[in-house]
Each structure stands twice: as C-alpha cells, then as structure tokens.
Design a protein around this ligand. Structure first.
Ligand code: IPM
Ligand code: MG
Length: 400
C-alpha cells in the first residue's frame, strides 16, 4: 500500500507542472508576429563558440559567412558579435544552463550561430544542468527545428520539421522519483504547439512545390499526446488542399529511411521532439554522418543555427580541434543566410558544400593530421563558392 504522503508529494509536484504548462498554453495563444528581416538594419548575428571543438568550427563558419556577407556588412546591413560565456565551465560556475548575462547578449542578437555545447548527465564531472540547447529553444521559443538532408544523386531531398519545445523535452528535467522504485517523466503536447510546427511543414511544402507532408508519431500506443498531434495534422492539412499527407509510426519510419526503393519518395516530415531528434540523426547518417548536417532552430522572433553533433571533447584533449570538420556549422550558416533574407547566397553555399564534401572532395577531413584542417576546408569552400562554374559543376554531379 502506498503511503498517502508519498502520493501527496507527487501530486503537488504534478500540480506545479500543470500550472506552468497551462500558463504556457495561454502564452502560446497570443500569436506573435514573425520578424521581418527586410526591415531590420543592422541584423545582429551572434556567434556562440560553445564547448570542445565548438569554438574552432564556429570560427570557420563565421569566416565563411563574413566573406559571403562582406557587401552587406559594408552597407551596414549586418554585424557580427562574439558572445562569450556559453561554456560548461561558466555555466557550472553560475549553476545556470545559460547564465543571465549570456542570455541577455543572445537576446540582443536577431540570430545566433552556435557551436555544440556539452550536455551534462549524471556521473560526469559537471553539475547535472539542463542542456543549454534545450534551455535556449524554450527560452527563445524556437519551436521549429528544421533539418534538411539532401543526397541529390539519389534523389533524396528531405526536410524535417521537428517540434522543438514540447514532448518529453518540455519538462525533461522535472520528472519525479515517486519512490525509490517508481520514476515518472511527463510528456507535453499542446494543440497550439503542434499546430504551429505542422503548419510550418505544410507552408514549407507549399513554398517549395512539394506534394506531400509525412507526419510521424506512435499514436497507436501513445494515444493521448501523439493522438493529439495527429488530430491537429488532420485539421491543418485541410488548409492545404493541394498538398497530400500521410501518417507513419516512428518505428517503421526508421526502417523506411533505409529502404532504397522507397526513401526518395519522402519529402517533408513533421514530428514531435524526441522522434525528430532520433530520426534526424539517422537521416544525417544516411547523408554522410551527423557531421555533415546543419540545423535551424526557428521562432517567430529569434532564431539559432547550429551543428547537430556534439562537442567532441576527446578531439580537444588530444590536440586535434583544428582538424574538426566545420561543414555542419557552415551548413547551419547557409540556413541562416536563407532565414535572414539572402537565399541566393545560401543556395551557392549549399552547392559549394555539396561539391566539396560529396563530389569533388579535393580536401578530405579525417579529424586528424592525416586530413585537412578546418581552416583549409574553409578556404576550399570560399574558393568554390566564388568559382564562376559552380552551378554547372554542381548540376553535372547531381545528375550522375
Ligand atoms: C540535437 C541534440 C540535442 C537534443 C541535445 C544536445 C540536447 O541531440 O540537437 O539533436 O537532444 O535535441
Ligand atoms: Mg539529437
């Protein structure tokens, strides 16, 4: 028989979560305007190095972006700002996943480019703080985690719209050990949160002439929360009569991404946070590894762009940070260019990345002194971006 005090304590804990989440729903109902970057001058771009190899690869991505945006910078349209202090040492010192002064600087920027940050876990030497990524996504309401994966020669062109503020992540640090033997976490899915990510996926499909959106859940088992996500998809799809949609379960979806006969049929995906976390790592691996994929965390007001991999502390310990592959950060930079109103530059940069990392591969990064440094790779990208035959080289490769 459970003692009633144990149950009362757990109920009080749950009540607090309910209050916070109901307040959040009220905030979500107050629809916000999207930042119109054509009216912002200058657009402030913050650079957050992060931990481990983060500062090396962020510096490289910054160099490439500064090069591409040199004209805009001369015209006072964009400025770059370094933001220090999003390191695990500083976060541990302040016992905050994002120290207040760092957060204030982040909020002064319209967009940020962020290197990977160490995510503490039980048993490592750092205090078990909430992940800086997760805190930032929640604090800046970066609800859409957009992750493209492309393999042109296989006809693969996927864009994942991963919900970024809810699901098991929303209160992932607020689970409860009811007794020594019973642990419970809470999963949050809201109508408003589901609607905005699913709508973003459909709107993307429409803008890019895609014909289908694929919704991924496990609604046959997780009936209430995934059931809601799917119900909302049904409703949102009615606003987009020209775009088809289908629903898959996460388990079979992970298999279908490996199905050579079928996988290129998928186009745009919308899915709750954790499934999106898992499926996008798989998709990135299919493209060539998590080191090759960029990621955009987009909200109506702010946006943050990052690599999808970790901070690789071992590379730093072994003195190999300069050999880290910056291509994921540069991909993230290209998504930033697109977001802030420079889609042509973004397109050129993407094509240069395809040419350099998938086709020509004149320089290969191995992560050690057997390969190129990140800086040499940055130079290679800038050279390729500038070349007058970039378009035809890219098309030639994409066709074969
Ligand atoms: C990602 C990462 C993060 C996540 C970690 C670092 C918190 O895996 O961006 O996919 O789980 O979302
Ligand atoms: Mg992940």
């Amino acid at each position: 028989m459970a003692d009633s005090q144990t149950i009362e304590t757990a109920k009080a804990h749950f009540a607090k979560i309910l209050e916070e989440q109901l307040d959040r729903v009220e905030r979500l109902k107050q629809d916000q305007e999207w930042t119109d970057f054509s009216k912002v001058k200058p657009i402030r771009i913050g650079i957050l190095g992060g931990d481990g190899i983060g500062p090396s690869i962020a510096a490289e991505a910054r160099r490439v972006l500064e090069y591409l945006l040199r004209q805009a910078a001369d015209q006072g349209k964009v400025v770059f700002r370094d933001i220090e202090g999003l390191t695990i040492e500083n976060r541990a010192e302040h016992m905050q996943s994002i120290p207040d002064d760092v957060m204030a600087e982040i909020k002064e920027c319209h967009v940020t480019l962020k290197g990977p940050t160490h995510t503490p876990e039980k048993g490592d030497p750092w205090p078990n703080l909430e992940s800086a990524n997760v805190s930032m996504r929640k604090a800046l309401d970066l609800f859409a985690n957009v992750r493209p994966v492309r393999i042109p020669q296989e006809g693969i062109d996927w864009t994942f719209f991963r919900e970024n503020t809810e699901d098991l992540y929303a209160v992932g640090s607020q689970g409860i050990n009811v007794t020594d033997d019973l642990a419970i976490d809470f999963r949050v899915i809201t109508t408003q949160g589901s609607e905005r990510i699913i709508d973003a996926a459909f709107a993307h499909a429409k803008r890019n002439n895609k014909s289908r959106v694929t919704i991924v859940t496990k609604a046959n088992i997780i009936k209430t929360t995934d059931g809601k996500f799917l119900d909302v998809a049904r409703k949102v799809s009615q606003r987009y009569p020209d775009i088809g949609w289908d629903a898959w379960y996460i388990d079979i979806m992970t298999a279908k991404l490996l199905d050579l006969a079928r996988r290129s049929e998928f186009q745009v995906f919308a899915l709750p946070n954790l499934y999106g976390d898992i499926l996008t790592d798989e998709a990135a691996q299919i493209q060539g590894g998590v080191g090759t994929a960029g990621s955009a965390n987009i909200g109506k007001r702010f946006a943050m762009f990052e690599a999808i991999h970790g901070s690789a502390p071992r590379m730093v310990k072994e003195g190999r940070a300069q050999y880290a592959d910056p291509s994921s950060m540069i991909r993230a930079g290209s998504m930033m260019l697109d977001h802030i109103g420079y889609p042509e530059l973004a397109d050129r940069l993407n094509k240069a990345l395809d040419v350099c990392t998938q086709y020509e591969r004149k320089l290969v990064i191995t992560g050690r002194d057997t390969g190129a440094t990140g800086k040499e790779f940055g130079d290679y990208i800038m050279e390729t971006v500038e070349s007058s035959d970039l378009e035809s080289r890219w098309e030639g490769y994409a066709r074969n």
